[in-house]
Design a protein around this ligand. Structure first.
Ligand code: VTB
Length: 331
């Protein structure tokens, strides 16, 4: 049996717990605190799971992250347990949570060994679309050509498209190009991962995500896209311009076994699988998932859990009761 079926309920619990912990700190203005409680909750919840897990995308290198660092063994690690590679972003959008802004989520993806690219913590240039436009867009094509291709596949005009872009100075030219092509834009302060998932789900009113964001977020996005039949092209890029930065970046990639620093990746290269499980829970309200609600006797969470081999997408509404005999559940 694939680990997908075996562990999907458990992984749902892991992201729910991380989201609840982070949501308690919403609006405190302390992004580090929000992140830390999410990491701790996720780590604790993963310990008892029947798996031999290895973190391949996490909170950083071993010397810079106390928990969920790259290479850390998670799960109970018994011989009979399945081996899984795990990518986590316990709180995607730490600033969003710290300010109570929409779009923060707790995220995890798991795959069979080797099923997720071990991406370094650098940037990634990305173009992300839904199933209808998969294969029609190319990272090296012009913005106008890509938007025209997406519009055609979606049977509408370019002016009817909504493209999400991270609001950063590095995207000045991209934003200009999208504007002159005539599409609508939603600038976001953080959270290109949840934006990417939204692009692959109809009726979210998001048709594409373009620009440069985090590489770890890119691999997590690819894992979700595989399950949703979405499309993506991407390339690793250094964090800053300049030759010296480029040289260090390429050296780092070589150290991680990536010999071609200009390689173009599709969602399939970033998350080859064949077994993939993706789970996310809303922390603050977002386009796709509602945030955590607390009530007198517990909390309510909204999540999505997807599996590639099983081809199941679950939208899960969970009520977590605090154990009080008088707790009331509302419909
Ligand atoms: C994006 C965004 C993340 O990092 O990936 C971004 O989606 C990229 O880095 O929520 P910069 O902030 O340096 O542009 C986040 O903002 C945080 O991980």
């Amino acid at each position: 049996m694939s680990f997908e079926g075996l562990l999907s309920r458990e992984f749902l619990r892991v992201v729910e717990e991380a989201a609840i912990a982070a949501a308690r700190t919403m609006g405190q203005g302390d992004r580090k605190l929000s992140d830390r409680v999410a990491v701790e909750a996720m780590r604790k919840c993963m310990d008892a799971l029947p798996m031999r897990g290895t973190v391949v995308i996490g909170e950083g290198e071993r010397d810079e992250a106390p928990m969920l660092y790259i290479g850390e063994a998670v799960g109970r690690q018994r011989d009979e347990d399945p081996e899984v590679d795990i990518a986590v972003d316990p709180l995607e959008g730490t600033n969003l949570c710290a300010t109570g802004a929409p779009g923060a989520i707790a995220v995890l993806a798991a795959a069979n060994k080797g099923g997720l690219l071990h991406a370094p913590d650098c940037y990634m240039e990305k173009i992300i679309v839904g199933p209808a436009a998969r294969g029609a867009v190319h990272l090296d094509a012009t913005v106008k050509d890509n938007l025209t291709a997406i519009a055609k596949r979606l049977d509408r005009a370019v002016k009817d498209l909504v493209v999400i872009v991270l609001d950063r100075p590095r995207h000045e030219k991209l934003i200009e190009d999208i504007r002159s092509a005539g599409a609508r834009i939603r600038l976001i302060s953080d959270g290109d991962l949840s934006a990417g998932i939204s692009a692959a789900i109809r009726r979210t009113n998001v048709h594409a995500v373009m620009g440069i964001g985090g590489a770890p977020e890119g691999v997590l996005t690819a894992a979700a896209l595989r399950c949703l039949n979405g499309g993506m092209e991407a390339r690793l890029v250094p964090a800053k311009p300049g030759d010296e930065e480029r040289r260090r970046f390429e050296e780092r990639l070589r150290g991680m076994g990536i010999s071609d620093p200009h390689r173009l990746y599709t969602e399939r290269d970033l998350a080859p699988g064949p077994d993939i499980l993706f789970a996310a829970t809303g922390v603050t309200d977002g386009a796709l998932l509602r945030g955590v609600r607390f009530f007198g006797h517990g909390a309510r969470t909204y999540s999505v859990v997807m599996t590639l081999r099983e081809r199941i997408i679950r939208f899960v509404d969970t009520v977590h009761l605090d154990g009080s005999p008088d707790a009331v559940v509302e419909f």
